[in-house]
Design a protein around this ligand. Structure first.
Ligand code: NAI
Length: 329
């Protein structure tokens, strides 16, 4: 049996970077056949149809079927994995409340369509921003589907954090582990090096050998660099992160299905862990066990880490309030 994967916004940039890697087996492995559903709005259908033609020309062994549609019920019919990439970007002069309202108009109906049409056990990875709150809206709209099935992508932030540590320490990326992201996928996020290791040694010890003022480096260089990396990419490249975002989407979803051997980061629904209000979709350190994300519990948090996490979680709570004010939740 093939796995049916629905990609919304499949005619966009990240969609284009995702489709061919999924068809090549990068997400579910070399033995899993895939059926792709490309869900777009009418204006994006041409780009998605073009991508479907190219998928055909890729002659991928694992690709059983491709369908392009602008109908959500068709797009999510029999879906096992939904990658919700299509979202409304912030336009000029758009306030945050307008942005949340526009996205509620996308992720609410998509959540309902998932509940009505997807397979039981569907896994949803929300990429489109504001990703955490979009995941919350979709989950709240999907009657009968456990909220744990809706996640937000923060793996790109974690990858950026590990990459910055690799550069700062002159150490290969493979040796750098346990660098979770906490909170929102936004400038308030907290990339946490407290428990991180480099080749099994505490990262904090390795940083102390390189920097006189490690705390200053973390606050003034590392955290802003990671949190504002998206803006840096736009400035240098002239366009937002695409291939790295697609790569992180594939890694997040692959780990969710196939399991992790260590911590990673994902935006998942809180049950009150670490004092994060219940129901918020917040990034946490997680492991994937038996096809489910589990929050790594029992970590000690310094006052500094606590205040950073609280600030990002407060932003998530504000976003939830703004969505509630729209009558969406
Ligand atoms: P893009 O503008 O190239 O593509 C978006 C596509 O979504 C367009 O083809 C559009 O027609 C489609 N779309 C819009 N509304 C839709 C709907 N209701 N249903 C189906 N499709 C719809 O944008 P790009 O570069 O592909 O980025 C997509 C999203 O990913 C953005 O919201 C961006 O901010 C977000 N993003 C998230 C990251 C993360 O780490 N969570 C990292 C990078 C980007």
């Amino acid at each position: 049996m093939a796995t049916t994967i629905t990609i919304t916004g499949a005619g966009g940039q990240i969609g284009y970077a995702l489709l061919f890697r999924i068809a090549a087996g990068d997400m579910l492995g070399p033995d899993e056949k895939v059926r792709l559903r490309l869900l777009e709005i009418p204006q994006g259908l041409g780009a998605a149809e073009g991508a479907a033609l190219e998928l055909q020309d890729g002659a991928f062994d694992l690709l059983e079927h491709v369908e392009v549609t602008d109908d959500a019920a068709t797009g999510f019919d029999g879906c096992d994995i939904a990658l919700l990439v299509g979202a409304r970007p912030r336009g000029p002069g758009m306030e945050r409340a307008d942005l949340l309202a526009a996205n509620a108009g996308i992720f609410g109906p998509q959540g309902r369509a998932i509940a009505e049409n997807a397979n039981p056990g569907v896994r949803v990875t929300v990429v489109g921003n504001p990703a955490n709150t979009n995941a919350l809206i979709a989950a709240a709209s999907a009657d009968g589907v456990p909220a744990e099935r809706f996640t937000a992508l923060t793996r790109l932030d974690e990858n950026r954090a590990r990459a910055q540590l690799s550069v700062a320490l002159g150490a290969p990326i493979t040796g750098i582990r346990r660098v979770p992201i906490w909170g929102n996928h936004s400038a308030t996020q907290f990339p946490d090096v407290t428990h991180a290791t480099v080749d099994g040694r505490p990262v904090l010890d390795a940083l102390a050998e390189r920097f006189d003022d490690v705390q200053g480096w973390l606050d003034q260089t590392f955290i802003p660099r990671v949190a504002k990396r998206g803006a840096e990419i736009i400035e240098v490249r002239g366009s937002s992160s695409v291939a790295s975002a697609a790569n992180a989407t594939i890694e997040h979803t692959r780990d969710w299905v196939r399991g992790t051997d260590d911590w990673t980061s994902a935006g998942v629904v809180s049950h009150g862990e670490y004092g994060v209000p219940e129901g918020l979709v917040s990034s946490f350190p997680v492991r994937a066990v038996d096809g489910e994300w589990r929050i790594v519990e029992g970590l000690e948090l310094s006052d500094w880490a606590r205040s950073r996490i609280d600030a990002s979680v407060a932003e998530l709570a504000c976003e939830r309030e703004a969505v509630r004010a729209l009558g969406v939740l």
